[in-house]
Design a protein around this ligand. Structure first.
Ligand code: FUB
Length: 454
């Protein structure tokens, strides 16, 4: 009996540690084993922490809408290079918060902020019923931790005086904290020093577009200017817009569009910004792993830049995302930076298992795909390994930096209908960081899952 208990305890510990140390390597989307919507990123102690919401497939038999968001808990992820992410597991769930309706599955977009060594995690959810009648609307609660990874202890009641979704907290240089949230419009109120109670009456932020849904506020300050950024439906689906002002509560002046509507037609977008190692990044979401259902979303990152007058340059969503990719890790060229207009395409490896990712397809001579920022380190590479498939056989040339750049390797893909891993010798070249360009030397179709150097 005792032995059985010990075995179960060890198995539990292994499972727990396994979860803690799960590394998820990525371009866009950045988390590749679960849906991650509404990504709020924060820099704590020199590391980037990601607090997304967690879309799931709607469970059967729970009387839930099949065509709507379904979210039961929150994970936190961290990364030091924006490329390798560690999943620290569930930090708050609908079953762990006393006031939350544990049958609601509506743990929507969260935020987290540090004050005096404590981490305050803000989340919206539906309240449980105290009189047998369903409660309508969302409240916003707080869970507090000593470390960004948790454990987070939820407060027993939501914040009084706030009804709405998409909490966002900003602490100004004078120490005053502000809570922003949405419910059709965008609202703001001061927070008390304890970060748990309002310290002023909520006000509706003025001068924002009067028509079309506005939600998901994210406020940040740069060079004394305050940027109120938010998704807004100007046309048919959301795009990211912003207004600028001289104080956290406004007045704000509408200034521009940060990201246009999703090319995949994802109705929502939700975002956050960080400045990490002197580069600004935009975190946002798309439905890349769920092309047919836009309520299953995935977090992405792209770099962002400011103009000299402080306005924000438009961010074009990319597959490549950000960060260096080690040459010795799988380089998924379907997450390309650039590609030739003709003769290349991208498709899911298996449309019924979207988390398996994509493949790159070449079907013309001289068609090419470029993948930027591959770190070859300082050691010579002996071989390149390519996972590929080609019914008639093909030849791929792997070049450095540009389409006619130095030839690193030529890889002959044998005829066949199955995926094969092919090794080829790598020519000498200057190590360091390079753009990788894969060129098809024949017109026959070649599909590539990934390649890596050894
Ligand atoms: O994730 C559920 C809701 O969709 C969020 O709260 C909104 O911002 C939108 O992204």
């Amino acid at each position: 009996m005792r032995l059985k208990f010990n075995l179960i305890a060890i198995a539990g510990l292994v499972l727990f540690l396994g979860l803690e140390s799960l590394h998820l390597c990525a371009q866009n989307p950045i988390i590749r084993n679960q849906f991650t919507a509404d990504p709020t990123a924060r820099v704590f102690n020199g590391k980037v922490y990601l607090f997304p919401s967690h879309d799931i497939l709607t469970p059967e038999g729970k009387n839930l809408r099949k065509d709507w968001f379904c979210m039961a808990d929150y994970h936190v992820f961290s990364s030091e290079n924006l490329t390798n992410w560690t999943d620290h597991g569930v930090i708050v769930s609908q079953n762990s918060v006393p006031w939350v309706d544990s049958t609601g599955y509506n743990m929507w977009a969260p935020d987290c902020i540090e004050r005096n060594g404590k981490y305050y995690f803000y989340f919206p959810a539906g309240r449980n019923s105290t009189d047998g009648k369903a409660r309508r609307g969302f409240s916003i609660g707080v869970a507090v931790a000593d470390k960004p990874e948790g454990p987070y202890i939820p407060q027993s009641e939501p914040i009084k005086g706030v009804m709405g979704i998409d909490p966002n907290v900003f602490i100004d240089t004078d120490g005053q904290a502000y809570l922003y949230w949405s419910m059709g419009n965008i609202y703001v109120a001061k927070l008390k020093e304890n970060m748990l109670e309002l310290d002023s009456e909520p006000v509706t932020i003025a001068n924002l577009p009067p028509k079309g849904m506005k939600e998901g506020p994210f406020l940040f300050e740069r060079n004394g200017k305050y940027y109120l950024t938010f998704p807004h439906v100007e046309n048919t689906i959301e795009r990211l817009e912003y207004a600028m002002g001289d104080s956290p509560m406004g007045p704000f002046k509408m200034t521009g569009v940060i990201m246009d509507e999703s090319p995949m037609n994802c109705w929502t977008n939700h975002h956050s910004f960080i400045n990490y190692n002197n580069q600004w990044y935009l975190f946002y979401h798309q439905n890349a792993y769920s092309p047919k259902f836009d309520k299953n979303r995935s977090a992405c990152i792209d770099s962002m830049f400011f103009n000299a007058d402080g306005t924000i340059q438009k961010v074009i969503p990319t597959h490549r995302g950000v960060g260096l990719t080690k040459a010795t890790e799988k380089i998924e060229i379907d997450r390309y930076s650039l590609k030739s207009e003709a003769g290349t395409s991208i498709d899911l490896l298996d449309s019924s298992k979207t988390f398996d990712g994509w493949k790159a397809i070449f079907n013309a001579k001289d068609a090419w795909i470029q993948y930027n920022a591959v770190d070859f380190g300082t050691k010579k590479m002996a071989k390149v390994e390519v996972m590929a498939k080609s019914e008639n056989g093909g030849i791929l040339q792997i070049r450095a930096d540009k389409v006619d750049g130095p030839l690193l390797a030529e890889v002959k893909i044998p005829k066949g209908t199955e995926w094969v891993k092919i090794d080829s010798k790598v020519n000498d070249f200057q190590q360091g960081t390079h753009q990788l360009v894969v060129v098809s030397a024949k017109s026959d179709m070649v599909e590539v899952d990934w390649l890596r150097f050894k």
